[in-house]
Design a protein around this ligand. Sequence first.
Ligand code: APR
Length: 238
Amino acid sequence: MEDKIAQLRQMIADSDNIVFFGGAGVSTESGIPDFRSVDGLYNQKWKYPPETILSHSFFERDPEEYYRFHREKLVVDGVKPNRAHLRLAQLEQEGKLKAVITQNIDGLHQAAGSKNVLELHGSILRAYCSRCRRPYPAEEMNKGQGVPRCACGGVIRPDIVLYEEPLDNDIVRSAIAYIRNADILIIGGTSLNVYPAAGLINYYRGKKLVLINLSETPYDSYADLIIHEKIGEVFSRV
Ligand code: APR
């Protein structure tokens, strides 16, 4: 592990065009479960599979059950950015990291001080009315009881990308541009199982693809440097 860390440290020292692409594994050290690890959300027993609950059609059909899952599982009290979030924010401040592209919806990169964060799957820190699209503070949605409703009668929903919903075109276009032009692409804490997000990394054209993930991913063979260790630990040492 030591020589890989030294190699990554040198790569980072020599670059001023790094892009980070991350997933739920970046936030597990802050206490937020990921989705597909053995103790992840998708392996816990629910009335319906969580991937079903987190879908557009389920949200429309049973907002009551959606919000039960949302408040119990997506909203984790008192979470703070961990060493990975903080180091990434520092690398941006040092002018070395150009963008954080994340599949996470927890806002922890911004809480750590990152400015240029592309949220491919949105954020539970923002809410809006699903009928008239009026924006709402997320507090009531995340902490209230029952189904939050707009003055127009519509159901208030989180500003996240549910299954069956498209990603924001502008965010995807911007993410592709950053990845295409990156000197180093560091991918961390993601199983690279979910498309179109996972497919974006195919736009990387460089020879410094770094993968930091506890478990194997379908992209391991494409990486120029693989570190199967905890991402907070790794980033605290580069
Ligand atoms: N350090 C490094 N890797 C970690 C850590 C850690 N501390 N904790 C977990 N991991 C790894 C796991 O081994 C796993 O491979 O992070 C990965 C997380 O993968 P998933 O749980 O599949 O999460 P993610 O890849 O972000 O899922 C993508 O799926 O359901 C959708 O919208 C949801 O954004 C999510 C998307």
